[in-house]
Design a binder for this molecule. Structure first.
Ligand code: E4P
Length: 224
């Protein structure tokens, strides 16, 4: 499982990058716009925080294939490191994907809602396909089952393309996707925290601390 952080909030990225086994950050135009700040300093700082060895996914703002390719080249040149251009599925997106693969630039085909969209993107050379789990759940579309079907189809046809499930609103959706072998997920800082939390864990830790202190007080192992 590859975990990505789905935000452009610099403080959240700093925190989660320090504490969690993240392999990258994903953004989209809405996520960037939420920060309401200059684009380049923001994405440079994200790259600076995560370093060149972690994946940075930035979505194109262009619509024509040739323009998407030019934008991807500029982003890759300026941001360096492991970089992936996110391109919404569509005719222009598929054309751009095929062009970018010839240039050796990583591509994530995004805004995926069906297995055929994902299969076509994989065939075009996408490194990742990003189905939107929660947006499907919102229309009673069973997002996690769609993710499962995409995982199955990519496996049947032997594509290297990975599923990057996105648009999560709760930890249960993430858990269901990991249960069906989804290769990667992108989640909010809040969901990341919920994924490692449990009241029984808190109770267990409190019990260990209480029992230790009842005998050794404030001494730690290093004090012996
Ligand atoms: C991935 O980066 C997607 O763009 C993102 O997860 C979509 O999430 P949303 O449905 O909450 O907007």
């Amino acid at each position: 499982m590859i975990y990505f952080l789905d935000t452009a909030d610099l403080e959240a990225i700093k925190h989660c990058n320090e504490f969690y086994p993240l392999e990258g950050v994903t953004t989209n135009p809405s996520i960037i716009a939420k920060e309401n700040t200059d684009f380049w300093p923001l994405v440079y700082e994200i790259r600076n925080i995560i370093g060149p060895g972690k994946m940075l996914h930035v979505q194109t703002t262009k619509e024509k294939a040739e323009d998407i390719v030019e934008e991807a080249k500029l982003l890759k040149e300026r941001l360096g490191g492991l970089f992936y251009i996110k391109i919404p599925i569509g005719e222009e997106g598929l054309k751009a994907t095929r062009m970018l693969k010839k240039l050796g630039i990583g591509v994530t085909v995004t805004a995926i809602f069906t297995p055929p969209q994902a299969l076509m993107a994989a065939k075009a050379g996408a490194d990742f396909v990003a189905p939107y789990a929660n947006r499907l759940d919102n229309i009673i579309g069973d997002g996690c089952e769609v993710v499962a079907e995409i995982v199955r189809q990519l496996d049947i046809y032997g594509f290297d393309c990975k599923v990057l499930a996105a648009s999560f609103k709760n930890a249960e959706q993430v858990h269901k996707c990991s249960s069906v072998g989804c290769h990667s997920v992108t989640v909010s800082p809040n969901i990341l925290k919920i994924l490692i939390s449990h009241p029984m864990t808190d109770a267990a830790i409190a019990g260990f601390n209480k029992d230790w202190k009842s005998v050794y007080g404030d001494k730690t192992i290093q004090d012996f």
